[in-house]
Design a protein around this ligand. Structure first.
Ligand SMILES: Cc1cc2nc3c(=O)[nH]c(=O)nc-3n(C[C@H](O)[C@H](O)[C@H](O)COP(=O)(O)O)c2cc1C
Length: 147
C-alpha cells in the first residue's frame, strides 16, 4: 500500500550572511544535502529564497515530511520558521525534483510581498496555497527553459 501524499509549505527568515557568493555557496550546500536525503525517501519539492526569506514546499509521506522538517527546523541557517500549510495532496507539484531551486527567476518578488500580510488560520492556508502555486509555476517555467 502506498501511503497518503502530504504537502508541507513553510517560510522562514534567512540567517545566512556574507557576500552574495558566500550566500550562494551555503544555499548550494543546503540543496545538495536536501537532494541526497529527499531522494532516498521519495520526498520532492522546491526551495526559493531572497536576502531575507526562504520558502519551501515539501511533498511526500507524512512521517517522512515530519522527520525531514524536524531537522530543517533545527537548522541555524534560518529561523522564525512558520508553517503555512500541511495537508493531504492528490498529486505532486514537483514530481521530478527531489529539491528544486526556483530562485533564478524574478517571481520571488511577488511571492515574498504577500508573506506576512495576513494573520490567522485562514490567511495562512491561503498564503500556503499561493506560495505553492507561484513556486510550481516557476518550476514549470524553468523546466521549459531548460528543455
Ligand atoms: C531552508 C532550508 C531547507 C532545507 N531543506 C532540506 C530538505 O528538503 N531536506 C533535507 O534533508 N535537508 C534540508 N535542509 C538541511 C537540513 O536542515 C540538514 O542540514 C540536513 O538535512 C542534514 O543532513 P546531512 O547531514 O545529510 O547533510 C534544509 C535546510 C534549510 C536551511
Amino acid at each position: 500500500m502506498t501511503s497518503q501524499l502530504y504537502r508541507l509549505v513553510y517560510h522562514s527568515r534567512n540567517f545566512i550572511s556574507g557576500t552574495p557568493e558566500q550566500v550562494s555557496v551555503e544555499v548550494n550546500k543546503i540543496l545538495e544535502s536536501s537532494q541526497r536525503n529527499n531522494l532516498l525517501i521519495d520526498v520532492t519539492g522546491a526551495l526559493i529564497f531572497n536576502a531575507g526569506m526562504f520558502a519551501q514546499v515539501l511533498e511526500g509521506a507524512r512521517n517522512d515530511l515530519e522527520a525531514t522538517f524536524e531537522r530543517i527546523q533545527r537548522d541555524e541557517r534560518h529561523g522564525e520558521v512558520e508553517i503555512l500549510a500541511f495537508d493531504e495532496a492528490s498529486s505532486r507539484g514537483f514530481p521530478s525534483w527531489s529539491m528544486g531551486f526556483v530562485g533564478h527567476s524574478c517571481g520571488d518578488k511577488e511571492l515574498f510581498t504577500h508573506i506576512g500580510e495576513g494573520s490567522g488560520f485562514e490567511a495562512k492556508r491561503l498564503e500556503g496555497e499561493h506560495v505553492f502555486r507561484v513556486m510550481r509555476d516557476l518550476a514549470i517555467a524553468e523546466e521549459t527553459r531548460a528543455a
